[in-house]
Ligand binder design. Structure first.
Ligand SMILES: [Ca+2]
Length: 182
């Protein structure tokens, strides 16, 4: 007499499948969140380095010209739309004759890495003399030449991941992720 056939289980039950899928989804979520966190940390570190490069160049510019880059209109304000002026003073055309770095023997280049054609830092946006300097999140750096005309200092910062900043109110929540020169 033949023994009764054993029931052989093939594959998973529905509950096992659902449990497995749930675990995979949770693990994938953790990986994505961790990767985003690491990328954000890297962007902050890059912004700190770029701000240091720009700030050092501003100091060098002041040694040569007696004042920091930018016109007096860069006093006060929220620091918006100032990086094209910085770009021109530090790379393109510090004596403002429009000739550009390649055509001007008197042009002093303060940061050669600002060359838009060799954008290894990924921080120039736009071509030629119209270029602006952007942070690792793609937002323009903010710059203002001190708090008032008597102040010899300057502010240079990134609005951070949220792209927003409020220099008039240091306690504003938008300032929490800003990256500043120290
Ligand atoms: Ca911010």
């Amino acid at each position: 007499m033949k023994p009764p056939p054993h029931r052989i289980r093939h594959g998973f039950t529905l509950v096992e499948m659902l449990a497995t899928i749930t675990i995979i989804v949770i693990l994938a979520g953790l990986v994505v969140a961790g990767t985003a966190f690491v990328k954000d940390r890297q962007k902050r570190a890059t912004a700190e380095i770029q701000i240091r490069l720009l700030a050092n160049a501003c100091e060098e510019y002041k040694l040569d010209h007696g004042s920091y880059p930018g016109s007096d209109s860069s006093l006060n304000g929220d620091g918006r739309n100032m990086t094209n002026g910085l770009f021109k003073d530090l790379y393109w055309d510090s004596n403002r004759d429009g000739a550009g770095p390649q055509n001007d023997s008197e042009q002093k280049i303060y940061i050669s890495e600002l060359d838009p054609k060799n954008n290894k830092q990924g921080w120039t946006e736009g071509r030629g003399e119209a270029a602006r300097i952007v942070d690792p999140w793609g937002n323009e750096y903010r710059y203002r030449k001190g708090v008032n005309a008597q102040s010899p200092d300057f502010d240079l910062w990134s609005p951070g991941k949220d792209g927003r900043t409020n220099p008039e109110n240091p306690k504003d929540k938008f300032n929490r992720d800003d990256v500043r020169n120290l």
